[in-house]
Design a binder for this molecule. Sequence first.
Ligand code: ADP
Ligand code: MG
Length: 244
Amino acid sequence: MPQTATPRLQASNLTRKFGPRAVVSDLSLTVAAGQVTCLLGPSGCGKSTTLRMIAGVETPDSGTIQIDGQIVCDATRHLPPEARGVGMMFQDFALFPHLTIAKNVAFGLHGDSAKKAARVRELLERVNLSGFDRKYPHELSGGEQQRVALARALAPRPRVMLMDEPFSGLDNRLRDGIRDTTLEVLKEEGAAVLLVTHEPEEALRMADEIALMRDGKIVQQGSPYNIYNAPADREAAAFFSDIN
Ligand code: ADP
Ligand code: MG
């Protein structure tokens, strides 16, 4: 992609205060279409608040958010989540228990029912759950439910996919496999992905770009290789030191 292309997601100078304390402070980041950027940092540093502002479920005190060059949030505008073209996936990915897997995936789709059915089929195939369409969530394992949640979030073809610690509720042994499947599906679908995690391994495994966050600010942004091999300071280095 040429360097001059408008980034899919551009957040500029976001600040969010709770009382006198800024939990996100003058934070800027961009994510290109087809790229996975991991917002990585310790618990409490402001990752979820950042993601929630981009999703439109939290209002910044100041700053601007643009998607494909269109302002979705600034001092005077605040588009609701459904008007932003963002998909969301959280750790607590609750599917609708009374709906079949196919209906869960179709939930955000509108219009022609043959087209909806085709899209549901395509996504269930992508997450390796063909044939699960008539089952109910309680008949699936945690890992399978998580893949359904991914299919559901991607079904309406979001321009930006926001993921907040989506794998942290899963069994350790399952996680690597699901990370790989998820990454494959995200790449096929081509959304810009902002993935929040406090686990360096996850960021190193999944990210095209890592934005290292501390105390409401991004302290370093770069490729996983650069961040791992040339951490900006001692604290950044310490954050990666538990990995072999
Ligand atoms: P992270 O996702 O990195 O763990 P959060 O964005 O959830 O961090 O939270 C950052 C800080 O903001 C935390 O100290 C948290 O307690 C505080 N915080 C988050 N939401 C609120 C809120 N609605 N009211 C007051 N404080 C909040
Ligand atoms: Mg969080």
